[in-house]
Design a protein around this ligand. Sequence first.
Ligand code: N01
Length: 582
Amino acid sequence: MVQESAARVTARPAETGTVDAVVVGAGFAGMYMLHRLRGLGLTARVYEAGGGVGGTWYWNRYPGARCDVESLQYSFSFSEDLDQEWSWSEKYSPQPEILAYANHVADRFDLRSQIAFDTRVTAASFDETAGAWLIETDRGDKVTAKFCIMAVGCLSAPNRPAFPGTDQFRGPIYHTGEWPHEGVDFTGLRVGVIGTGSSAIQSIPIIARQATQLTVFQRTATWSVPAWNAALSEEYLKEAKAHYPELRAKARARPTGFYFPFNIQPALQASAEEREEQYEAAWQRGGLPFLGAYGDLLFEKAANDTIAEFARKKIRSIVKDPGTAELLCPRNVFGCKRLCVDTNYFETYNLPHVKLVDVSTTPIERFTAEGIVVDGTEHGFDAIVSATGFAAMTGSFDRIAITGRGGRTLAEKWRAGPRAYLGIASEGFPNLFMITGPGSPSVLASMIQAIEQHVDWLADCLGHMRDVGAATIEPTHEDEEAWVSHVNDVSTVSLRSTCSSWYVGANIPGRPRVFMPYIGGFPVYVQKCNAVMNSGYDGFVLKGARNSNAPPQVRFTGRWQVPLDIEVISPAAVAAKRVPVV
Ligand code: N01
């Protein structure tokens, strides 16, 4: 019995007509895009499948959900007033607070009137004669727009593995990515959790507090670092806000798009004692910056082995049962999959009612009415939590029938892996844009900064198209191919490309193995985008321009013209494997 969140859907007449732009999704990307479109004086309609704004933070309401980038940086930076007005309560804020922030932004910038909620876009097709997109929804809307902007999120399409017998299970099955809005009380229940990624490691300690019995099915052991989350004091916030602009600027110059202290020295040049000290200090600081302990950790396997062994020692020191501790010790490259950040994850396995079941060699066989069968043994449950992740990066595009020039579908074009120039646009699909699409830093940067940079670039592009009277913009085949090759080449420099993560689509059987996000570093990517814009959109074809000599005007992207932290983060540093990408 699969549980879906119960959204109250109010009736409204189907929409027709024409707007300048349709935006698909009202998460952080869709909201900011709408704000910028409005600033340009363009008419826009946003369609959002959820009943409210917030995207990821609207859907992922599982217990313990919170961000793993510090809240002071995991927030919009486009408005200094907004930065000053809003106060985060914790270092890593919980999902309800991030959702409250999204709602505050929607109200503060008066966005709701142009968003149609509870409406899923089902199809977008390009009419070559009209030079416009026809966008259709599951509520019968058929709207025409010159621009179609996909703000659909990188981790939005839940992965539901097809375990035999799922329908037979008598209790509820909850997916972490579509958690019931009313919450779930596991008190007195026997609960099974499938998966040990970020969603699982955050929810397991909380579920364990309620359940009478908790069984975790682990296919791949997870690298996780303590968050050491804490409340933010008034004094801390006051001080941070006094220096907010500097913090934002420093963040933009970092490969991750967020700031934290890191050490560029190679681990292999330090002595074993120095490394131990350095790792211990980084562990005590906690969070994703743990990977910044040395500069070569994601480039040199021998260096990575040193941090991996340190983290395994930590797991063995926390988990009391040696057999369970060994099962929880990952054997793959440290930080190859997205590093997890937890509060009491490993400690939870010391509780007598919590059990770990290894499904790495004996996969889940089937569901029954009573529970889950592994290796011939039935584990009985009252409720099951599927923390099985997402069809990352392209899954949200797969859910929409997108048809471009000549009747070619995006699904067909992307069958062997996504192809997009700068992760923003794809040849054959004029005036279709993607915010943080595959081939851009997206999930390897702080998502909100990556979103803002794309939206600002796109707003400038649309403004330029209006200045020169261009009807359409579309990347050339050659430039797109060159960019896709570059994204692929850069990925091979990093150890990140070596394991079966969702970055490469390998979490789901049958998906093509392609490293999808751009791993060359956020500032390097931003420089490329700026260069493309400043050259008059090199790599793109603008059709119908009356005034093609007009130089592009930089309307709002000034804040992205930040110098690289050149000492350590330059294309040469990438080539020399010296970019501490988290
Ligand atoms: O999903 P995941 P997630 N049988 O794909 C397992 C972001 N995020 O929702 O590793 C058994 O990481 C799968 O096993 P394996 C963050 O970027 C951020 O947890 O593929 N197990 C894995 O253990 C994150 O990386 C935050 O072998 C199966 C788990 O399910 C991303 O979202 C919080 C299986 C899925 O883990 C996704 O995280 C939450 C099967 N058939 C999420 N299929 C923060 O900001 C899958 N699994 C903190």
